[in-house]
Design a protein around this ligand. Structure first.
Ligand code: FES
Length: 111
């Protein structure tokens, strides 16, 4: 596990919304699901689309390009055409700040 890095303020990501953040050169999509924050790789594992611009329903994000879906809790691809899981990152809230560990919890994207 790496160092947690501050990426946003809690009120910068409304519930049901995503936000693109950059940590250590990685593009990470941060989501607020009813006050619970999740972070996954921003790039969809199917093609080049930004998951932070996707649609959030519960803990599922739907890719804005082809509608592939991922579970934000595990990164698992749950709806085609997405089949490869997306990497997830540990998130911590400290006061008004959202922090992300830029070390993926499990790899997506084949590595
Ligand atoms: S780019 Fe995300 S499902 Fe195709």
């Amino acid at each position: 596990m790496g160092e947690f890095v501050r990426v946003a303020r809690v009120d910068e990501v409304a519930p049901g919304q995503g936000k693109l953040v950059e940590v250590d050169g990685r593009y990470i999509a941060l989501f607020n699901v009813d006050g619970q924050f999740y972070a996954v790789d921003d790039e969809c594992t199917h093609a080049a689309a930004s998951l932070s611009e996707g649609f959030v329903e519960g803990t599922i994000v739907e890719c804005p390009l082809h509608g592939g879906q991922f579970d934000l809790r595990t990164g698992e691809a749950v709806w085609s055409p997405a089949v490869i899981p997306v990497a997830t990152y540990a998130v911590r809230v400290e006061g008004d700040d959202v922090l992300v560990d830029p070390e993926p919890r499990q790899p997506g994207h084949g590595g």
